[in-house]
Design a protein. Structure first.
Length: 271
């Protein structure tokens, strides 16, 4: 079953996914520190089948498959057809286009992971309950999500730069789906407990994400709010050159350093 209730998110990510797929190598480089966190979690005990929710172009799915070797199967799931189209399938890695909130899984998983892929559900409790049904008895989850916007200045800078390009755009709904929808630890703990998960632990994870300075403009041009604004600009090259200076504080010589303040959320299926 691949029906969806997050239709607006599906439409949005199908469009945005083109940029993510185009900049796949850059995204994988920038977010590699969190890929490593999830791969390490997978290695904590023997696994039979792992699900990667909101897998994008599949970097985490493949990294976990590589870490676990030939035995376990790793499945990547994403609502975006364009991202899944850019995912490289190899070995015991499989990708599925589906809405995790309502998808009926034909198999169960002893580990469910996500790197920034679970903050966009229309009904988070229903979504996490559906993922609970997809987990084996005693199975685990491990999600990486963003903390607050204030703790992630690179993302705040991008949003402010985009707002200056689209002054008439409506502000995002602070209570709706979005990158910071799980930023409040107490509310997030309640969501997971309401959905039936046990042993919920929410811990801060801080990393410095890096990329060569020469990749900054391609990154901004393909991902996030600036990329969306550029699609409407009459002279996108001039616009990107104008906003590039807003990111000078993150440039150190020939390297861009982006502080990333996140939560690591772990939980298990009650026995």
């Amino acid at each position: 079953m691949t029906s969806e209730v997050n239709s607006e998110q599906a439409e949005w990510w199908n469009a945005a996914g083109e940029g993510w797929a185009k900049a796949q190598a850059i995204v994988d480089l920038v977010l590699r520190p969190f890929e490593e966190v999830l791969a390490q979690k997978a290695l904590e005990r023997p696994r039979d089948r792992v699900l990667d929710v909101g897998c994008g172009t599949g970097a985490v799915t493949r990294a976990i498959a590589d870490a676990l070797g030939d035995g376990p199967e790793c499945v990547g799931l994403d609502i975006s057809r364009t991202m899944i189209a850019g995912a490289e399938q190899r070995g015991k890695v499989r990708f599925v286009v589906a809405d995790a909130q309502v998808h009926t899984f034909d198999e169960t998983f002893d580990l469910i992971v996500s790197r920034f892929g679970v903050m966009f559900f229309d009904d988070p409790v229903a979504a996490f309950r559906n993922l609970l049904r997809a987990a084996t008895p005693g199975g685990e989850l491990c999600f990486i999500t963003w903390r607050t916007a204030e703790e992630n200045p690179f993302m705040t800078t991008a949003s402010q730069a985009a707002a200056s390009l689209l002054p008439d755009a409506p502000p995002p709904d602070p209570n709706g789906p979005g990158p910071f929808s799980l930023a409040d630890a107490d509310s997030t703990r309640m969501l997971f407990e309401q959905s039936g998960w046990g042993g919920v632990v929410i811990e801060p994870v801080d990393r410095i994400c890096t990329m060569p300075e020469k990749l900054l403009v391609p990154y901004l041009s393909n991902l996030g709010p600036i990329a969306r604004a550029l699609k409407l600009a009459e002279e996108p090259e001039r616009v990107i050159n104008d906003v590039r200076g807003a990111f000078d504080e993150f440039v150190h010589g020939d390297e861009v350093r982006m502080p990333a303040a996140c939560w690591q959320i772990t939980a298990s299926v009650p026995l």
